[in-house]
Write a new protein. Structure first.
Length: 202
């Protein structure tokens, strides 16, 4: 699995004035929780670019006081006016403790329904899951090659070993729907068939 290495330094002050000062220096206030202790630190805003601005699921390896903490991002806060990165919460990965994460869905295969003239609609791009750290993965692969016209793939159809999917099981995650051109072709074919029957009766 992909990981991003971030070198942080302890935060001495935790108040609003201290955090404003950190941000003015191009630092992002952060916290790590979920392990034996809660750790407050900061790191340069540029060090988070490949972690924050991507749809990929990655492990954040944070070096702090000579020790590396394996974590995942749990919450990101942006400034409502400037959209600048304001704060990040990290969850420490501890073997034996389950974690809740959001994993991207990777769809593979060309649906049969698309080959028959339909259009693929992706309704969900990521799933909420619960699992142990050792079973975390970059994405959940869903094969949609057998998806037929007017068909759906639902959450309950997704199989991921050692992972519990938390989304409602009946929710569709991908569908193949009829296109306008296909509807028109079906209408024309039905009209032609009806006309042929009428001519035959005469």
């Amino acid at each position: 699995m992909k990981s991003v290495k971030i070198e942080g330094k302890d935060r001495s002050g935790l108040g609003k004035k201290a955090t404003r000062h950190l941000r003015s220096e191009g630092q992002v206030p952060c916290v790590i929780y979920g392990g034996k202790e809660t750790l407050h630190f900061s790191a340069p805003v540029m060090s988070f670019r490949t972690l924050v601005y991507t749809p990929e699921f990655q492990i954040a390896e944070i070096l702090l006081n000579g020790k590396t903490y394996k974590t995942i991002v749990k919450d990101i806060q942006f400034d409502v006016v400037t959209d600048e990165l304001n704060h990040i919460d990290f969850l420490e990965l501890v073997e034996g403790n389950q974690v809740v994460a959001t994993l991207p869905v990777k769809y593979v295969g060309q649906p049969q329904g698309v080959k028959d003239g339909g259009r693929l609609e992706i309704k969900i791009k990521a799933l909420n899951v619960r699992t142990y750290p050792k079973y975390l993965r970059e994405d959940i692969v869903v094969d949609i090659a057998d998806l037929q016209l007017h068909g759906n793939v639902r959450v309950q159809d997704v199989k991921a070993e050692n992972i519990e999917i938390l989304n409602s099981p009946r929710i569709p995650i991908a569908s193949v729907v009829t296109t306008r051109a296909l509807r028109q072709a079906e209408t024309d074919a039905a009209a032609a068939a009806k006309g042929g029957k009428a001519a035959g009766k005469k």
